[in-house]
Design a protein around this ligand. Structure first.
Ligand code: PLP
Length: 457
């Protein structure tokens, strides 16, 4: 270890070959195995003597990797898939090799500069001001939590001590992602979940009713209004302008969760649906979902980064060399903008890909997935045994196979995965088991969709 010798050269070649193969091939879909199966095939991998790199790589390639479903397979259409670009994946290797600490400008300035360029692209998509900025965190869950911690901090600070012992409250909606409830649990805050329309969208009337129903005491406890642009289950966008109005009326923070759907901002055909997003105090989008970056990567952008820094900056004797003076600190330290300290420069693969291909390629790739989604909805409409539950607003199609029980849906889904055909799991909609596909991969074709729908005959 820690010696560069002939065996390192051999391992380098083997690892680069493996990575290049994986990037260039159509990935196998693969599927889950039990711990017992893996133990039997992989054997003990951590030993006193070590297996050697080539043997450990063999175990990974032959046993462990096939026990992971390839999220970038063009017929992986469950949950929210991923489709990292060639440039982003390859550059992830460079980030790993570069040993960059990207928590502070002092140590990681060059990387932080590039990450900030990529954050600027996101802020521009959302129409946020030149003052906007933030940080890349691990995922939407971490992004939502960090934004809401900043929101609560501002609410308490403005109250001048009056609310320091008061439990906070968030206004969200039924379509909000489970991570908002998780953030409330972590923060010991309450959540008022506003009813949404039959497609799961937050509407101005629902919001008005919810605000009117708040007691004076609860109104005082509200520190944020959270809206979703691209609900995870249905891919619909809340009335963002109405949510922004509600936040203004209450005098609180407006957070927009676009972990999945924020990428649609890049697509002219749906951009108008995000009206009001530019009024947010914070916004998240996961490039690892629909902006073609590898895991794990969430862009968290604040309208007023100093408000976030006030909430998140850690102080200690060993850290204050990084920022001796809070008042006149000109340096951009990514640690200051989320609930974290040490961090990988996880925005760099996304930045490198943007720099390589240009933003027009991103626009076209997102549009391409929307085109395939619309074609998929059309195929569902045309199939006698299928029913479209709603017109897709972004790249999620919800539909039912007429007459099927939950067990039939599950058996079909299991069979498709076992055959290596596709990965499509059932979801629930209004209490009914239904099917859902989510298209974020520009390599997914209409023929891929047809193959899946035909198997539902
Ligand atoms: C996926 C998702 C999240 C959580 O993101 P992770 O990166 O999985 O933590 C949050 N909000 C929405 C709307 C999502 O779709």
């Amino acid at each position: 270890m820690h010696q560069h010798d002939a065996s390192t050269e051999v391992l380098t070649q083997a690892i680069v070959d493996y990575a290049v193969d994986r990037v260039s091939m159509e990935p196998p879909l693969d599927g889950p195995r039990t711990p017992d199966e893996l133990a039997a095939e992989a054997g003990r991998t951590i030993t006193e003597e070590g297996l050697g790199g080539l043997e450990a790589l063999r175990v990974f390639g032959e046993v462990l990797a096939p026990a992971c479903i390839s999220v970038d397979h063009p017929r992986f259409l469950s949950f929210v898939p991923a489709a990292p670009t060639e440039a982003s994946i390859l550059f992830d290797l460079v980030v790993g090799a570069s040993s960059i600490y990207a928590g502070s400008w002092m140590e990681g300035g060059g990387a932080v500069f590039a990450e900030n360029e990529a954050l600027r692209y996101i802020a521009d998509l959302a129409g946020m001001s030149q003052a906007a900025g933030g940080v890349f965190v691990s995922g939407g869950t971490a992004g939502n939590l960090s934004a809401l911690i900043a929101a609560r901090h501002r609410w308490r600070t403005r109250a001048g001590g009056r609310l320091d012992r008061t439990r906070g409250l968030i206004i969200s909606s039924k379509g909000a992602h489970s991570s908002i409830a998780a953030a409330c649990r972590a923060m010991d805050a309450d959540e008022v979940s506003v009813t949404s329309d039959e497609e799961g969208r937050l509407h101005v009337e629902n919001l008005r009713d919810a605000l009117a129903a708040l007691s004076a005491e609860d109104r005082d406890r509200v520190f944020a209004v959270v809206a979703t642009c691209g609900t995870t289950n249905a891919g619909v966008i809340d009335d963002l302008d109405a949510a922004a109005d509600a936040a203004v009326e209450l005098g609180v923070w407006f957070h927009v969760d676009g972990a999945y759907g924020g990428a649609g901002l890049a697509a002219p055909s749906v951009r108008a649906r995000y009206h009001g997003i530019e009024r947010c105090d914070s916004f998240i989008v996961d490039p690892h979902k629909w902006l073609f970056a590898p895991f794990d990567c969430c862009a968290l952008v604040y309208a007023d980064p100093l408000a976030a820094r006030a909430a998140h900056r850690q102080h200690a004797e060993y850290l204050d060399v990084l920022h001796a003076d809070d008042e006149h600190d000109e340096q951009w330290n990514p640690s200051d903008f989320a609930h974290h300290l040490s961090r990988r420069a996880r925005g760099l693969p996304f930045w490198f890909s943007l720099a390589t291909y240009g933003t027009a390629a991103y626009r076209d790739a997102v549009e391409q997935t929307l085109t395939v989604t619309r074609a998929a909805a059309q195929l569902v409409r045309e199939a006698a045994q299928l029913e479209l539950i709603m017109e897709p607003e972004l790249s999620v199609v919800l539909f039912r196979r007429v007459g099927w029980t939950p067990a039939q849906y599950q058996a079909w889904s299991d069979r498709l995965l076992a055959e290596g055909t596709a990965f499509v799991v059932p979801t629930a909609w209004a209490g009914e088991t239904v099917l859902r596909i989510c298209v974020v991969n520009p390599r997914t074709t209409v023929d891929d969709i047809r193959l899946i729908l035909d198997s539902l005959a």
